[in-house]
Design a protein around this ligand. Structure first.
Ligand code: ADP
Ligand code: TRP
Length: 332
């Protein structure tokens, strides 16, 4: 039996290189080896109160982008989370055994309390139990996600194990974060500090759908400094980040070339950025072209979402049937 894999991305915007290299690139490889479920986490995105049209538009973006990146709906189950109501049912059960203290200690919750103090809703607090429901509903063991999601995986294991203990059953397996590279990936942004992320602003992200002109403009505006002042000096964060991005999209020889120029203080950031932008464009172009084609094919999108929901519900309904029985809901 193939191991089961689950992952999802919240539809809060278009996908960027961080999403691609942190998550989607693994989805593409894993689909050939595992029993995969990749979904669009629209229930999770409700914590930010999107308008109905934004919500629908972003769900479509992510679906189109999954397909454009090469996730094959014949091989993999691709679905929209809200099409599988069993997830919400399992979320309710898991919430009964999730404690305030542990939910409040989650770093993503603490970040939200800090960044959006006016909207600290219960959905944010219980975000980890919804995520656990997504994973446990298919009894997955591997979850391809970026480094920022490790704590959520740890909580998922806690909730699954707690359920097993409470109902004295060896029911849910333990899921672990997964990435083909040995460490979980963190793709830096263009603003000189931290990771590429939608919440860090559009100028910080290279989206898969960005045109060559936009990529050139964003990269040319990326934060740098006045240049190295001694040979072989350690690179400051902003420069290191651009090198990290180059490692992702360029050939090793190109990276070595600029590294060597940096080390002998001969680097010209203008040339460095031009090369980086061109290599990003080479990477992005085929994906962007597929995005444009697939987005036009509404009937194909409808068919993929419908087929995916059916397959996901089949697996989810089996789990819910068994969970209900373990909990003690029995028909008379
Ligand atoms: P964002 O930070 O842009 O809001 P999400 O939080 O929706 O992105 O992340 C979706 C997926 O992409 C997750 O698996 C996350 O770990 C991964 N991811 C997002 N940004 C990065 C990044 N900069 N580097 C690596 N992985 C990332
Ligand atoms: N929390 C994830 C993120 O912000 C999205 C997500 C929701 C997810 N449910 C999941 C990822 C289940 C993997 C498995 O990126």
């Amino acid at each position: 039996m193939k191991e089961t894999v689950v992952s999802g991305i919240r539809p809060t915007g278009k996908l960027h290189l961080g999403n691609y290299f942190g998550a989607v690139s693994n989805f593409i490889k894993m689909q050939h080896e595992y029993n995969c479920y990749f979904f669009i986490a629209d229930l999770h995105s409700l914590t930010t109160h999107p308008t109905p049209s934004d919500l629908h538009g972003y769900v479509k973006h992510v679906l189109v982008e999954y397909l454009a990146c090469g996730i094959n709906p014949e091989e993999t189950t691709i679905y929209v989370q809200s099409d599988v109501p069993e997830v919400a049912e399992l979320y309710l059960y898991l919430n009964m055994n999730a404690y305030m203290g542990e939910l409040e200690r989650s770093t993503s919750f603490k970040d939200k309390v800090r960044s959006q103090p006016d909207n600290v809703n219960a959905g944010l607090l219980t975000y980890p139990s919804l995520m656990a429901a997504d994973i446990l509903i298919h009894k997955a063991t591997k979850v391809p996600v970026g480094k920022d999601q490790e704590q959520h995986l740890e909580m998922t294991r806690t909730f699954g194990n707690r359920f097993n203990r409470l109902y004295n059953a060896d029911y849910f397996p333990e899921p672990y974060a997964f990435n083909y590279s040995s460490n979980l990936v963190k793709v830096p942004g263009l603003d000189g500090k931290g990771k590429m992320g939608k919440s860090e602003g559009d100028a910080n992200c290279i989206y898969l759908s960005d045109s060559p002109e936009i990529i050139r403009k964003k990269v040319s505006r990326a934060v740098t400094d006045a240049g190295p002042t001694s040979d072989n000096q350690e690179k400051p964060e902003a420069i290191q980040n651009l090198f990290e991005l180059m490692k992702i999209v360029s050939l090793p020889d190109t990276v070595n070339h600029f590294d060597e120029l940096y080390n002998r203080q001969a680097i010209r950031y203008g040339d460095f950025k031009k090369q980086l932008a061109e290599d990003m464009i080479i990477f992005n172009t085929p994906i962007r072209e597929r995005i444009e084609d697939i987005a036009k094919d509404t009937s194909y999108l409808r068919q993929v979402a419908k087929h995916g929901a059916l397959k996901a519900r089949e697996s989810a309904q089996k789990t819910i049937r068994e969970v209900r029985e373990l909990i003690g809901f029995k028909p008379f």
